[in-house]
Design a protein around this ligand. Structure first.
Ligand code: NDP
Length: 392
């Protein structure tokens, strides 16, 4: 039985992962779970899966969980140290990294250093410190299996092929809920509108990232480090239906793609069971019924965040960590109605412009850049959210 730890078990990816665990009794044992603040959901999971340890990043929430789980065998720990303790549990075979945002960097990196196989959904750590994570993975002989549907598709399309024969990676993007809007119309977009993703049910942060196309910017950086492919060989293609999850072109111009109906349980199950494919009770893809698939180029003018992703990657060093941190702060401010939709990109742009990139040699270098960018972006948002401020 594979012993697993799920970082971010109360979220969208976390609950889908537990759904797979429930469907295959005898295959996985859940030994550790983590969450941020959602006490009731984690308590429910503790009662169902009886893990040896759970961690909550919020100490007050952990205290409450302890009270609610009195008499149960599960040890409740808290804070960054608690997340790391759970991520590195000696018995763990596989850690599913599904915390949202940069908060996942510390425990995911700790799990890598502890020699755990990783199923990686949490893309932000790879954006912040991709080279460092891959260096540590190499040192510890750890494999990182992609969960992100696009990267899982690339990974599957590369199976049995030589890396040297790869010519291009083509990441597909649905374009999100605002794809057909003009910039003028985007000015007044509400969080409710931006949260209406046409194809995927996901947590709020990644759903807003899909609306700005920052999700694809982050994914370009993630692909660069996951597959060790330069940015010049990574392209983005808008594909509204989210049926082709990504494509790999080889030197002989043959293109291999992975297709399927949009459901995260497929890439999660693949990462958890690799190289085995387990039978999932999901509807089959019926291309005749779908009839046609549509494609077009991304529009960098209306969706500047994608270009910011490429730019951060080109600059390198701490810049991707700064891009990520500024984005996290701006998305939260948008969800809190402090700034408008267009101010997300404006905040990231200004934060990147103010940053002088430096090399990332240690985890502290990445965390320092992250802290700086959060502080700078917060100041910009204060200016942008005053009624007299004009956003360009
Ligand atoms: P959710 O918002 O649904 O879940 C996030 C999880 O992280 C929750 O368990 C949450 O706990 C926990 N969390 C939040 N903040 C902290 C913190 N500061 N410290 C510790 N834990 C924290 O996110 P998703 O599941 O949608 O996404 C998770 C990751 O997977 C993201 O990086 C996303 O980009 C990536 N991903 C998601 C996809 C999807 O379909 N959802 C698809 C591809 C990638 P709590 O509930 O207590 O707040």
């Amino acid at each position: 039985m594979k012993k697993i730890v799920i970082l971010g078990s109360t979220g969208s990816i976390g609950t889908s992962t537990l759904d797979i665990v429930s469907k295959f009794p005898g295959k996985f044992e859940v030994i550790g779970l983590t969450a941020g603040t959602n006490v009731d959901k984690l308590e429910e999971q503790v009662r169902t899966f009886s893990p040896a340890m759970v961690a909550m990043s919020d100490a007050v929430a952990a205290q409450q969980l302890r009270a609610q789980c009195q008499g149960l065998r599960t040890k409740v720990v808290s804070g960054a140290a608690g997340l790391v303790e759970t991520a590195t549990m000696p018995a763990a075979d596989l850690v599913i990294s599904a915390i949202v945002g940069g908060a996942g960097l510390l425990p995911t990196l700790a799990a890598i250093k502890a020699g755990k196989s990783i199923a990686l959904a949490n893309k932000e750590p790879m954006v912040m410190a991709g080279r460092l994570m891959q260096d540590e993975a190499r040192k510890a002989h750890v494999r990182i299996f992609p969960v992100d549907s696009e990267h899982s598709a690339l990974f599957q399309s590369m199976e049995g092929h030589r890396a040297v024969d790869i010519r291009r990676l083509i990441l597909t993007a649905s374009g999100g809920p605002l794809w057909n809007m003009t910039t003028e119309q985007m000015k007044d977009v509400t969080p409710e509108q931006a949260l209406q993703h046409p194809n995927w049910k996901m947590g709020p942060k990644i759903t807003i990232d899909s609306a700005t196309l920052m999700n694809k910017g982050l994914e370009v950086v993630e692909a660069r480090w996951l597959f060790d492919i330069p940015a010049s060989q990574i392209e983005v293609l808008i594909h509204r239906e989210s049926i082709i999850h990504s494509l790999v072109e080889y030197s002989d111009r043959s293109v291999i793609a992975q297709l399927g109906l949009p459901d995260m349980r497929t890439p999660i199950a693949y990462a958890m069971n690799y190289p085995e494919r387990v039978p999932l009770d999901l509807p089959s893809l019926n291309l005749a019924e779908i009839g046609q698939l549509n494609f077009c180029e991304p529009d960098h003018e209306r969706f500047p965040c994608l270009r910011l992703g490429y730019e951060a990657l080109k600059t390198g060093g701490t810049m991707p960590a700064v891009l990520n941190a500024a984005n996290e702060v701006a998305v939260q401010a948008f969800l809190n109605r402090k700034i408008g939709f267009l101010s997300i990109a404006a905040t990231i742009r200004r934060t990147m412009d103010a940053h002088v990139s430096a090399e990332i040699l240690t985890l502290e270098d990445a965390l320092q850049a992250d802290t700086w960018a959060r502080g700078y972006a917060t100041k910009i948002i204060e200016v942008l959210s005053t009624p007299s401020a004009v956003v360009h």
